[in-house]
Design a protein around this ligand. Sequence first.
Ligand code: FAD
Length: 406
Amino acid sequence: MFSPSVERRHGARVCIIGGGGSGAALAYDLSLRGLSVLLVEKGEFTSGTTGRHHGQLHSGARYAVGDRAIARECMEETLILRRIVPQAIEYNGGVFVAIGDDEADYAPRFISACLEAGIPAREVSVGQARAWEPVINPEAKRCVWVPDGSFDAYRLPASFMAAAVALGAELRSFTELVAIEREGGRAKSALLRGPGGTEERVQFDYLISATGAWAGRVGALAGLDIAITPAPGAMVAVRGRLSDMVLSRLAPPGDGDILVPQRGLTIIGSTQSRAESPEAIMPGKAEIDFLLKRADELAPGFSSAPFHAAWAAARPLAGKAHSDEEGRAISRDFAVLEHAAQGVEGMATLIGGKATALRIMAEKTANVVCARLGIAEPCRTADYTLPSWRELDRYLHSEPEGVGLS
Ligand SMILES: Cc1cc2nc3c(=O)[nH]c(=O)nc-3n(C[C@H](O)[C@H](O)[C@H](O)COP(=O)(O)OP(=O)(O)OC[C@H]3O[C@@H](n4cnc5c(N)ncnc54)[C@H](O)[C@@H]3O)c2cc1C
């Protein structure tokens, strides 16, 4: 049972904008530190990028050659999430597969980078890998096992939200922040528009924008120019669980190089482009054909499996990119931007990162907020097993007191 004690309640009220994974983890972290939390989301919870990503629990192997620090952080967070939120995770393991000679030559560098980052990668024979996953291309030249996994895009953040609610946080969906009001250079209140167009002004001691690819728009409400690039990526799902493990290309990160099993589906992803707006992004036919072709290279026959869906989501890249190449060069790390230096006290923006890193992203952001509010409470989110995501459904769909089924 989830029943951590919150020893001290602080009067401070924090308003979190954005009900994706980042907002969810922040709401839990701050509630556990004894702050009073209101989270608002303009659509359904997880209706932004969080509800539409690939669902890979990154061991960090993908990033190990390019950025050891990010890789190490992913590995550490993977271990924590497997402990605190097992109900949302399938710990299935992953295989990086070399198809071409260049990829085979990349193996030693890849393995040593993983080991340096604390990721226990090990080479296995192609025969062993195909015994695990017969769908792997029989022409594969080398295979490396890594501790990747997959998770449910909704259940993971929903478990964090359920934990926040159990600690007293208030969560409102279909409630949009439409204005940020300041007093003497300090963000003081937010104008919220709820279902049916009702408007309400709420006061806060600190405002956090956890709005992912929308962070530029939300920042502009406070007169801020936030360096962010919405970078859409497409995915295609076919019916049938073609593998139980996550299969990746043994190569530097590129397009169409990861297959993730999700319940009864297998998903190939992704691509990367740029968009002015994160709304209404759709994959084109050429993008879908490209992904199917790439999937067939890893797992021949993928494109013959019954088509299920194709969709896209926007990465919130932490930086301004003027071309697709510049976008690819932007780090996959996250950033906590305090806006006091730009003349807006009492407000921060969390951008970038990965769904796998939601807990540590929230910890670093909550550290900043608590320091500004003069609250000395340590982060304890790695200490408790979270409640089931079903508890969030109970909270959202509970009947008002006194109303019962007759
Ligand atoms: C194609 C693709 C594949 C990916 N695959 C993986 C993967 O396999 N593993 C992994 O770990 N990560 C993956 N990621 C990264 C991951 O999806 C994101 O880093 C993460 O979901 C971002 O979460 P977030 O909460 O910061 O943003 P979001 O989930 O986008 O949440 C922001 C929310 O803010 C809300 N909002 C915006 N403006 C307002 C407003 N004015 N008022 C109220 N609410 C507002 C939006 O509606 C949205 O729901 C992938 C990303 C992409 C694009």
